[in-house]
Design a protein around this ligand. Structure first.
Ligand SMILES: [Zn+2]
Length: 227
């Protein structure tokens, strides 16, 4: 979340570094943006705000117009930090600002959310990624089989692992020993821990020969359920 926030802020600062003089001529000119922090699991939705701007360009208040409460808070906190171009002649003004939160269907790396400014007062935020994939995408071979591995997208499973049924412990130990020795790249899932995250799949190197070896082991131990 920290790097996401840093990235959003960096983007916001980049946008703010545009030609200030040119934008000062526009009635909606924003001097500096703050990107929203994402705290909800699924922030899809649109937040429409009325932002009250003091003559000096600072924000004195934000009223939420839309009813999407779960995204409105993120948008409201961000908009309060925005700075508009000062307009002394016009006194206090109200600007209608729209934040559109789009859930990214897929990106190539969890560290790359996107924010784009559709117009000075419309911000499109794609803060979530469905796929974690920071693999270098280079050819890799399995150290057991010497065969080239493929990249597969595996589901991330969240939650605490269930305790093994009684009596299965020895077989489980044998399975894990075989896994390390004979099929280390036969993975089928990725464990995501007990804190739910937005990502639901991860790219992993998989060896087809490891999958075959695992299948042979499971066939030889009927009734054993892969942990
Ligand atoms: Zn292998």
């Amino acid at each position: 979340m920290k790097s996401l926030t840093a990235f959003l802020i960096a983007l916001a600062l980049t946008a703010a570094a545009d030609d200030t003089e040119q934008r000062a001529l526009q009635p909606d000119a924003v001097k500096s943006y703050a990107a929203p922090e994402i705290t909800t699991f699924n922030p899809e939705g649109k937040a429409v705000l009325d932002v009250i701007v003091r003559p000096d360009g600072s924000v004195s208040g934000v009223a939420v117009i839309s009813d999407k409460a779960h995204v409105a808070d993120s948008a409201r906190f961000a908009a309060r930090k925005w700075k508009f171009e000062p307009q002394r002649r016009n006194g206090v003004r109200t600007k209608r600002v729209t934040f559109v939160f789009e859930r990214a269907r897929e990106t190539d790396c969890a560290q790359r959310p996107t924010v784009r400014y559709e117009s000075p007062l419309t911000v499109i935020v794609q803060p979530l990624v469905a796929t974690v994939s920071c693999l270098p995408h280079e050819a890799r071979t399995c150290e057991v089989h010497g065969t080239p591995m493929a990249i597969e997208r595996l589901p991330i499973v969240y939650g605490m692992p269930a305790p093994p049924p009684p009596g299965d412990l020895k077989l489980r130990e044998e399975f894990f020993a075989a896994l390390q020795r004979d099929f280390p790249h036969a993975q089928h899932i990725v464990t995501g821990g007990d804190v739910m995250r937005p990502e639901h799949q991860m790219e992993v190197y998989i060896c087809p020969k490891c999958r075959e070896a695992e299948k042979r082991w499971l066939d030889a131990h009927p009734g054993f359920v892969r942990p």
